[in-house]
Write a protein that binds this ligand. Structure first.
Ligand SMILES: Nc1nc2c(ncn2[C@@H]2O[C@H](COP(=O)(O)OP(=O)(O)OP(=O)(O)O)[C@@H](O)[C@H]2O)c(=O)[nH]1
Ligand SMILES: [Zn+2]
Length: 301
């Protein structure tokens, strides 16, 4: 039997050990990594050997521009590859976690991906000021914050489609922030598409698509939806990468007496001075110390 020619495609779905790969003609194949090799992520461009029954094996992952991932307890979890921007969805109710938001920002910066915070549920007028206040420091340090209510579909499209145009964006958020509501406003047939794909690929009803790339309706831009998360370890990052994830520290860092200052106890530390003056929110510095301590406890450095 002739060996079919290899095809080049892009991973648009990750479901445990198998992947949905999309080809330039729009066709899809369910693909498995060859051998034990793992590590492919949604957004990866891959070389596939076609197999029978619409399947394929992933022979090679082409060079990626970036990869966003987290690492908890010796396991790493890849969110997506070749991403232009990270949209982190937060809300006033339930009030978002500073910890998870902060970690997502660090992961994005270290991967060279622009983070954008989406403050959802702006219709909850009573709790909105508290959420805004929590984001003020980041906004002041140059992180883009877009406010909207996912319930108002037209307004969502008006605010976000220009931001998403021509880019590959990854949507991330802890549970109940409104990520699914937002996705449905942007990609109206998202749910139907997911079901259709899992049926067409014989993946069965019970296969939960963990991560999925959607093409925006006007054909200009892609949006990757990833599952919620409870933990967000950053064991793979060194101290300087963690430090860079705190844009509000940067002015202070320029004033540190020691070039290798860790901004925890050193005399003449510009970050601690800014903290004392109230220019850096205390919980941000606590998060910074917590992540360093976690990684040190792992024996990372
Ligand atoms: N008031 C208000 N409620 C919203 C808004 N967006 C979403 N919600 C509600 O918030 C709840 C959670 O929304 P989902 O879209 O399911 O949240 P999710 O982030 O996808 O949550 P998981 O499915 O747990 O990951 C639902 O009851 C939504 O109706 C909003 O802009 N305003
Ligand atoms: Zn310092």
């Amino acid at each position: 039997m002739d060996k079919a020619a290899a095809l080049q495609g892009r991973i648009i779905g990750a479901h445990g050990r198998h992947y949905t790969v999309e080809f330039p003609d729009g066709s899809l194949r369910q693909c498995f990594p060859r051998g034990k090799k793992a590590g492919a992520a949604v957004g990866d461009h891959v070389v596939v050997s076609p197999q029978a029954a619409g399947e394929g094996s992933i022979e090679r992952i082409l060079e990626r521009r970036n990869l966003l991932y987290r690492s908890d307890d010796m396991r790493s979890k890849q969110f997506a590859a070749n991403v232009d921007q990270l949209l982190i969805v937060v809300a006033p109710e339930p009030l978002f976690s500073d910890d998870l938001l902060g970690r997502a920002l660090i992961a994005a910066r270290s991967a060279g991906i622009e983070p954008i915070i989406i403050l959802n549920k702006t219709d909850l007028h009573d709790s909105l000021p508290r959420a805004r206040a929590k984001l003020a420091g980041l906004a002041g340090a140059g992180v883009r914050v877009i406010e909207l209510s996912a319930l108002a579909g037209d307004a969502v499209r008006g605010a976000l489609l220009p931001v998403l145009r021509g880019k590959c964006s990854l949507l991330l958020g802890q549970s109940a922030m409104g990520k699914s509501t937002l996705l449905n406003a942007l990609v109206p047939d998202a749910r139907a598409l997911t079901q259709e794909h899992s049926q067409a690929l014989g993946a069965g009803k019970h296969t939960t698509t963990t991560t999925r790339l959607y093409h925006l309706p006007d054909g200009s831009g892609d949006l990757i939806d990833s599952p919620g998360f409870q933990a967000f370890g950053l064991y793979h990052l060194g101290p300087s990468e963690i430090e860079r994830g705190f844009p509000e520290f940067q002015d202070g860092i320029e004033g540190c007496r020691f070039y290798n200052c860790t901004h925890r106890h050193e005399p003449g530390c510009g970050v601690l001075a800014a903290l004392e003056r109230g220019e850096i929110p205390r919980e941000r510095h606590e998060l910074y110390k917590r992540i360093l301590a976690e990684n040190e406890a792992q024996g990372r450095y």
